[in-house]
Design a protein around this ligand. Sequence first.
Ligand code: SF4
Ligand code: SF4
Ligand code: SF4
Length: 287
Amino acid sequence: MPSNIDNLIESHARLTDLPLLFNTLTIETLPAAVQAKIAHIDACLPQTQCGLCEHPDGCLPYATAIVIDHEPYNKCVPGGQPVTDAIAQIINADDNNANNKKILTTELSKWPIDLISKRPTEVRAIIREDDCIGCTKCIPACPVDAIIGTGKHMHTIFTDLCTGCELCIAPCPVDCIDLVTVERELTDAERIQEQDDLRLRYHTHLDRVTEQLADSSNARPVVSMVEAKLNNAASQTLDISAQQAKDTIAAAKLRSKIKKLEKQLSVRDNASKQTELITLQAELSLL
Ligand code: SF4
Ligand code: SF4
Ligand code: SF4
């Protein structure tokens, strides 16, 4: 069992040199004990960085919101009940009021619960390589850099690195990414090691995207360059009109938004998102 000092050293290591994206969390200005709590909760989270907890920037912002804004701690969908229980232990440890020590039930996943891990069944993404058009849109969407490929060439996913976050599915304009379920049994130590690796990969990904944005010779991420090329289609030798190019871009954007909304609604009902979905579907049908 690690001591409090071990915990503080470990927490400090986890919260130093954070990517620029997390500057707005101002974690470094918080008291050490609060930082430690955020780091301990972050350490329990799967590091899938899927945003299903309604924190699109991933696990650390959710951990921070639980501690600072007292957000419900049962919103990590891929973590399931084991993660909710682990966070409850951290939160309840400081609370002397027995009435407050309730354990919440985790939000439901669309995937069935795995009998061994007690978490939602894990999935991995696989690209149907024959259908891939090499548009590169999936690459920047992957928080752990598990996809390789280059423009106009077939792409592939390192299945061992894929977390099954599903974030690459919405940007794919030809729907050529499938999800397959996987079964595996991890010890606690293996899971912690995996989560540490995924956290590092995500932070490295964010640092690389930040560098790309700051680089004036390659000023925009690759997804935007693809759209820019389509935007300029009329002035290029492509055999499509400017209006067709615009419609293609608009339809791709609408499809991406629709898929994201459908995914969010599959986890949690939301009347305004449902209305937005219907509006977007109607807009798409007009293109
Ligand atoms: S893995 Fe859990 S905590 Fe992390 S982003 Fe996804 S839902 Fe949020
Ligand atoms: S390949 Fe797709 S599903 Fe797998 S981690 Fe990357 S974005 Fe998520
Ligand atoms: S988004 Fe789809 S079509 Fe484009 S490179 Fe990725 S898998 Fe291929």
